[in-house]
Design a binder for this molecule. Structure first.
Ligand SMILES: Nc1ncnc2c1ncn2[C@@H]1O[C@H](COP(=O)(O)OP(=O)(O)OP(=O)(O)O)[C@@H](O)[C@H]1O
Ligand SMILES: C[C@@](O)(CCO)CC(=O)[O-]
Ligand SMILES: [Mg+2]
Length: 334
């Protein structure tokens, strides 16, 4: 039997980092996907084929049943740890720790770019392997297992990324609980700096600063939570679209400033943010963990101009759409 599952990337509209400390956040699944094939192998081992993963300084290539690391083994093992943990967790849930499983991954999501590649690969792997082992899990349960994978690998995770990747759509998330927000098309442009940041390292860096100067960092996290609550209120209001976008844009700019204060922006991210605002975006901010990766801009009627400004500033614009669908079982071959 072979199973193909896929799971989407996400953007965090408001509340990254503060969500790790129990504050709310708002996120949406987007139309870039990671695909995972899962099948049994007779060797009782876990085998991972990650055909197109690109991590600076590391090349991993694979043959039928061997994995070659063209750099140090430690780094390669670390890169594949989300997938390995996802498989191990599902084998445990199914009480089939002995079962040999081969997974093969292809992905459209840039890695370490703030678009939730770690959550998408974990969720798609859990989806494919659980189906293979005959476990009946809901999307919500798969999101929770994805959260456990992120906790095991990163040490800290709010769970928002695996939740939105598993269930799809547009959500408000707080302390493991989510609420679907009304589906709406937002006129946004995502700008990719081309460089990556490690969520594990950025979350650890914020924690260290918080421990050093809690009297300064805690009020920032509190403000971020308030920005999210205000954004939710605006999204659920019946305000006129123009006013609504203008207010959301202002909140995005405040949220970006607060993230910058936490130290997770970079020169390039800020350049793309300011280029977008200058080209007429109502708001622009980092999305995801930062340290490189992506920003996004809200630009009703100005998406083309903002995309051009991002290109001129040295970034790669992506016009993305919100994906209603989360985890999908694409194919089951008996
Ligand atoms: N296609 C893939 N195959 C295998 N592992 C992957 C793949 N895509 C991502 N990963 C794993 O996820 C890691 C990147 O996750 P990380 O959380 O640091 O960034 P992200 O999820 O892309 O961004 P963010 O968490 O800010 O949304 C990679 O180093 C690798 O371990
Ligand atoms: C930085 C962070 O808040 C979002 C990463 O997309 C981490 C998390 O919520 O687990
Ligand atoms: Mg991640």
């Amino acid at each position: 039997m072979r199973v193909l599952a896929s799971a989407p990337a996400k953007i965090i509209l408001f509340g990254e980092h503060s969500v790790v400390y129990g504050k709310p956040a708002i996120a949406a699944a987007i139309n870039l996907r990671t695909y995972v094939w899962a099948e049994f192998n007779e060797k009782g081992a876990i085998k991972i084929e990650a055909k197109d993963i690109r991590v600076p300084g590391l090349t991993v290539s694979f043959s039928e049943d061997e994995i070659y690391f063209e750099s140090d083994y430690g780094k390669a093992a670390e890169v594949l740890s989300y997938v390995r943990q996802a498989i191990e967790l599902v084998r445990e849930e199914a009480d089939r720790r002995d079962r040999g499983i081969t997974v093969s991954i292809t992905s459209q999501i840039p890695v370490g770019a703030g678009l939730g590649s770690s959550a998408a690969v974990a969720v798609a792997t859990i989806g494919a392997v659980s189906k293979l082992l005959g476990l009946e899990l809901t999307r919500e349960e798969i999101g929770k297992l994805g959260h456990r994978v992120e906790l095991l690998v990163q040490g800290a995770s709010s769970g928002i990324d695996p939740t939105v990747s598993a269930i799809g759509g547009f959500i408000h998330y707080e302390k493991g609980k989510f609420e679907h927000l009304p589906f709406m098309e937002l006129p946004i442009v995502v700008g990719y700096t081309g460089s990556s940041g490690s969520t594990k390292e950025l979350v650890a860096m914020v924690r260290k600063t918080k421990e050093e100067i809690p009297e300064i960092i805690e009020p920032i996290l509190l403000s971020m939570g308030k920005v999210v609550e205000k954004a939710r209120e605006i999204l659920l209001s019946d305000l006129d679209e123009e006013v609504r976008f203008e207010r959301l844009g202002k909140l995005m700019n405040i949220n970006h400033g607060l993230l910058d204060a936490l130290g997770v922006s970079t020169k390039k991210l800020s350049e793309l943010v300011y280029a977008a605002r200058t080209a007429g975006a109502l708001g622009a901010k980092i999305t995801g963990a930062g340290g490189g990766g992506c920003m996004y801009a809200l630009a009703p009627g100005r998406q083309r101009e903002v995309a051009t400004a991002i290109t001129i500033a040295g970034g790669t614009p992506m016009i993305t759409e919100i994906s209603r669908e989360g985890l999908r079982i694409e194919e089951v071959i008996p």
